[in-house]
Design a protein around this ligand. Structure first.
Ligand code: IDP
Ligand code: MG
Length: 142
């Protein structure tokens, strides 16, 4: 049986600034993944802190929240078989200098903070993050 998963993808402010929204969406579609919902928004500090709550005690937390809230982001629900790990490989390593060429971060990332893209890292975080940004999705039947 094919089990579909959902993941939450975020094009961070640096991705929008670099004019690669279309490029990223195109990569998602060419991979055969399905876009279920999408919106552009400016993140509040409150929501940013919730998104990154696992990093609350890290030295880079404040800088990360400043970065993700300084300009609009695009939030996308992507669906597909095994989409969580597939999209993590499409993103590449967190630090663009270690990210393989051909990955989104390897091709476009600036540094470990300004690394273009977010993708959920597990089924549990995908659920939590989709609920955070698209509470209305809980009602979805198809
Ligand atoms: P991930 O996005 O690859 O899952 P995480 O370790 O969960 O990486 O970190 C979340 C985000 O925090 C990263 O995508 C990056 O923007 C930022 N970040 C991670 N590590 C550092 C760091 O050492 N300095 C500054 N920013 C960081
Ligand atoms: Mg992470």
């Amino acid at each position: 049986m094919i089990t579909k998963q959902k993941t939450l993808v975020i094009i961070k402010p640096d991705g929008i600034q670099k004019n690669i929204i279309g490029e990223i969406i195109s990569r998602i579609e060419k991979k055969g993944l399905k876009i279920l919902n999408m919106k552009m928004m400016k993140l509040s500090r409150e929501l940013a802190e919730k998104l990154y709550e696992e990093h609350r005690n890290k030295p880079f937390f404040k800088s990360l929240v400043n970065f993700i809230t300084y300009a609009p982001i695009i939030v996308i629900i992507v669906e597909g078989e095994d989409v969580i790990s597939i999209f993590r490989s499409m993103m590449g390593s967190t630090d663009p200098k270690n990210a393989a060429p051909g990955t989104i971060r390897g091709d476009y990332g600036t540094d470990i903070e300004r690394n273009i893209i977010h993708g959920s890292d597990s089924i549990e975080s995908a659920k939590r993050e989709v609920d955070l940004f698209f509470p209305e999705e809980q009602e979805r039947v198809i």
